[in-house]
Design a protein around this ligand. Structure first.
Ligand code: TTP
Ligand code: CA
Ligand code: CA
Length: 569
């Protein structure tokens, strides 16, 4: 879809962490406040500044003591600390509250129009959301709202210093059959929706926010920042080239980091307008074709990145810096911090699982050392039947990935450690995957029986192989049979709780006995005739899996699931 046909909005909470704190101490509203992290060092590093404090020149990154000098009456909120780590739950919970209001508002609006899936909502950060309102606006008749309603929502226009009032006049006095004017009216209609949404957010959470209303992500993000706080800004396509004359390349979404600096240095330019003057061939000389095209588009106000339907975070993460002498130089310290970080993360993963019915399949461990810079490792999380393994198991998997051998002293000390759980899977899908895994496992068990039978018929000539007893040879896997039997016999639904308990125990015992017997057999060496070649990689693999399954109490879970009907074999 051509860019100006889309209507894309960014909602961003104003000085979010400060508002979260002010809501809890309501006498601090309207007073200069900041949120600082780490209590006992020069008043802490400031991570959020409200607009009253910004008026004194206080900025993010300053130390609390330094800010107090600029504004003695400044109130400093401290981020709570737990085991030497910032505890950010308060802000995350507040964020979830805001996103709930946004979701409910969208649902309400769609319901009132008797339509579904009109709005795409993408959670962009803890306090930001993109909305694609194209379908919603196009489902309504093209109509100008009342100017007064819009001004009540503190709506601003970004277009050559023109007032919203004057802009409105032209629509009222001219016919609106030209496409550009229609697009502008669509933006105005979207502003009504956004104003009402911001009002809902305020009424239900007490939080103020700002918004940008334009045609793509880059422009709406830019527009949102133009009149903060507590305002919404319309940015029509026609206003882009004049606006870009005063927009620093580094202030544009995705150009804030290395790439933006590189562009400025290579072409000796500063603004987006100057970038639009760099011709395509010159861009192509310095960047690959795709990047050059993308930069050329951005410089002309075009950005075709879609708003993706994502209401939840892509990952749940936490981390900790270990500056200077605090850098971790012993494996035992790393182990302790991995456990501590994981404790926090695991709690959040469990909470997320309950709230959002999803499970992370991958743990990314990041670390920074002076010698190696930023590094990361990916460790699969062994999800079994819709649940996470115990935190201790994840921690030991991480440690195994980080250190292939025990190390007392780490030569290149670790200055930062981070963990992020990601690659989420729907819990139902996770259960289905696990069921498939179990079935595959049983197929292997069937095969092992078959291998045993073959070996019985054609004993191996070599006597040198280590051998183990195999479980009783049956035409079908005995484990599978007993599971099926348990499943069929399971009369749980009609019984009282007490009965449930006892029959679960009986069934578990039957299985446990079998499994213990199997494990004993599979680990003891005998000279029995029924032999399985232990060195056969297939057998070794099955043994490994069997032990893993036993380890994770897999079968007690299978029993539970057979009983409640979520698992059918
Ligand atoms: P931002 O939206 O970048 O900033 P803000 O909400 O404080 O202020 P603004 O009104 O300009 O939007 O970040 C949201 C919150 O995220 C912020 O309140 C604190 C936290 N944060 C950090 O902890 N560290 C950071 O470096 C940044 C940028 C934000
Ligand atoms: Ca913000
Ligand atoms: Ca933000």
């Amino acid at each position: 879809m051509a860019d100006r046909n889309r209507i894309v909005v960014l909602i961003d909470m104003d000085c979010f962490y400060v508002q979260c704190e002010q809501r809890l101490e309501s006498d601090k509203w309207l007073k200069p406040c900041v949120v600082a992290q780490y209590n006992n060092w020069q008043g802490g590093g400031i991570i959020a500044v409200n607009y009253e404090a910004r008026a004194y020149g206080i900025k993010r990154g300053m130390m609390g003591d330094q800010a107090k000098k600029l504004c003695p009456e400044l109130h400093i909120f401290r981020v709570p600390d737990e085991n030497g780590k910032a505890k950010l739950d308060k802000y995350r919970d507040a964020s979830a509250e805001v996103f709930q209001v946004i979701s409910d508002f969208i649902e309400e609006q769609e319901k009132s129009m008797d339509l579904n899936n009109l709005v795409i909502l993408e959670r962009a950060s803890v306090d930001e959301a993109f909305l694609d309102l194209t379908k919603l606006i196009d489902a309504k008749p093209l109509m100008l709202p009342e100017l007064e309603d819009l001004t009540n929502f503190n709506t601003k226009l970004e277009f050559n210093n023109q007032s919203l009032n004057d802009w409105f006049d032209q629509f009222e006095h001219h016919n609106i059959d030209n496409r550009q004017q229609q697009d502008n009216i669509r933006l105005i209609m979207a502003s009504m929706f956004v104003g009402q949404l911001r009002q809902q957010i305020f009424e239900q959470t007490e939080f103020k926010c700002s918004a940008g209303i334009s045609h793509n992500k880059m422009l709406s993000k830019l527009a949102c920042g133009l009149n903060k706080p507590n305002a919404q800004t319309i940015l029509p396509m026609i206003a882009v080239s004049s606006l870009f004359k005063r927009i620093d390349i580094g202030d544009v979404r995705l150009l804030g980091g290395k790439l933006g600096n590189q562009i400025k240095t290579i072409f000796n330019i500063q603004t987006m307008y100057q970038l639009s003057q760099v011709n395509r061939f010159t861009l192509n000389e310095k960047f690959d074709n795709k990047t050059a095209e993308w930069l050329n588009d951005l410089a002309n106000g075009l950005d075709n990145e879609p708003v993706s339907d994502r209401r939840l975070t892509k990952s749940i993460g936490c981390g900790k810096n270990f500056r200077g002498k605090m850098a971790l130089c012993k494996q035992s310290d790393v182990n302790q911090w991995i456990n501590s970080l994981l404790k926090e993360l695991y709690e959040r993963m469990m909470k997320d699982k309950e709230m959002n019915q999803r499970l992370a399949r991958l743990m990314i461990v990041g670390y920074y050392t002076a010698g190696k810079g930023h590094c990361h490792r990916s460790i699969p999380i062994d999800i079994t039947l819709g649940d996470y393994p115990p935190a201790e198991r994840i921690a030991s998997d991480i440690m195994r990935q980080l250190f292939s051998k025990p190390l007392i002293i780490i030569q290149d000390p670790i200055q930062n450690l981070s963990l992020a759980a990601t690659k989420f899977l729907d819990t139902t899908k996770a259960i289905m995957d696990s069921t498939a895994k179990i079935e595959k496992f049983f197929q292997k068990i069937d095969r092992i029986t078959f291998i045993g039978q073959q070996q019985q018929q054609q004993p191996k000539s070599s006597k040198n192989h280590s051998t183990i007893n195999q479980p009783p040879i049956q035409s079908k896997s005995p484990i599978k049979k007993s599971i099926q039997m348990v499943g069929k016999k399971s009369p749980m639904k009609n019984k009282s709780n007490n009965n449930n308990k006892s029959s679960t125990t009986v069934q578990s015992n039957t299985l446990d006995r079998y499994l213990q017997q199997y494990q004993r057999q599979s680990t003891s060496k005998t000279n029995n005739d029924d032999k399985i070649d232990l060195n056969d990689p297939h057998v070794r693999q099955i043994n490994r899996e069997m032990n893993q399954l036993l380890d994770s109490f897999f079968f007690s879970k299978i029993l539970c699931m057979l009983e409640n009907g979520t698992l059918k074999i």
